[in-house]
Design a protein around this ligand. Structure first.
Ligand code: F6R
Length: 264
């Protein structure tokens, strides 16, 4: 795991946007794995403005979202499809048919999950997967005790996640307790993973993910097995890390190496 600790949440978003822009510059037909929630919002805004300024194009890219609420149609304002349309897809040059979000209203959601896996495989696999981090260590909707080898499937959400996400729903509004989510095995198959976490409320999960044992109790700890994961934290999310000075040292060494190589 590469651990990058930056001063603020804005810096985290800028770092993430630069990773996406580099990915699309090097491979315009990239297959991108995307996330919803609060964390990627600033990153998506930066990508929208880079696309408007023609610094990046999604015209040849394909995207697969991590998850969707079971029972919510794509035009439901709380659905993740709707979120993606509002915050990214409607404002960039991606072809609508190249964006995939699990279908929350599929007649047969079990088969829909299998088909989602097949679509990802048919696209050649995910080049770059963006992740947020749940306060309980979830990635996608893979809650604690999820199989570390799981594939796209239906998952019941924990009360902690339901409570955390209640902020997106109005009082009295129906909030699904089930979701379709890529599995941890699906996520681990991505070529590169970029996880962003900001704020003190993520500090405990960040510590468990980076320094804790590999355990289904913290699904994000499965990323310890992934050969190309970059975790980008703001100072607040890094407050519980024990080896923070070591991560900063490694990052300085990385930067120096990149500088040396690029000046040769
Ligand atoms: C969203 C997702 C979730 C979120 C996580 C953090 O598609 O898969 O795992 O990334 O719950 O959410 P925020 O960013 O709202 O704190």
């Amino acid at each position: 795991m590469r651990i990058v600790i930056l001063p603020s949440a804005d810096d985290v978003a800028e770092y993430g946007a630069a990773v996406f822009i580099r990915q699309l510059t090097n491979k315009p037909q990239s297959v991108l794995g995307l996330a919803t929630g609060s964390t990627p919002l600033a990153l998506y805004q930066l990508l929208v403005s880079a696309c408007r300024r023609q610094h990046v194009s999604f015209a040849r890219a394909r995207t697969f979202n991590l998850d969707e609420y079971l029972g919510l149609a794509g035009d439901h304002p709380r659905s993740y499809r709707y979120f993606m349309q509002q915050h990214l897809f409607n404002a960039i040059d991606i072809l609508p048919q190249n964006t995939a979000v699990p279908d929350g209203t599929a007649n047969d959601p079990v088969t829909a999950c299998l088909q989602y896996e097949q679509q990802i495989a048919d696209a050649g696999g995910i080049d770059l997967q963006l992740l947020g981090l749940g306060r309980n260590g979830h990635i996608g909707f893979n809650e604690p005790a999820s199989s570390l080898g799981s594939r796209t499937r239906i998952k019941a959400l924990t009360q902690a996640t339901i409570t955390d996400n209640a902020r997106f729903f109005q009082a009295g509004e129906y909030q699904p307790h089930l979701a379709l989510t890529m599995g941890i095995g699906t996520i681990l198959d991505a070529h590169k993973v970029l996880l962003l976490a900001t704020g003190t409320h993520k500090a405990r999960a960040a510590k468990a993910m980076i320094e804790g044992p590999l355990s289904a109790a913290c699904p994000a700890s499965a990323l310890q097995l992934h050969p190309q994961t970059t975790v980008v934290l703001d100072e607040a999310a890094a407050t519980e890390l024990t080896d923070v000075e070591f991560y900063r040292h490694i990052e300085r060494e990385n930067q120096a190496l990149v500088k040396r190589l690029s000046s040769q």
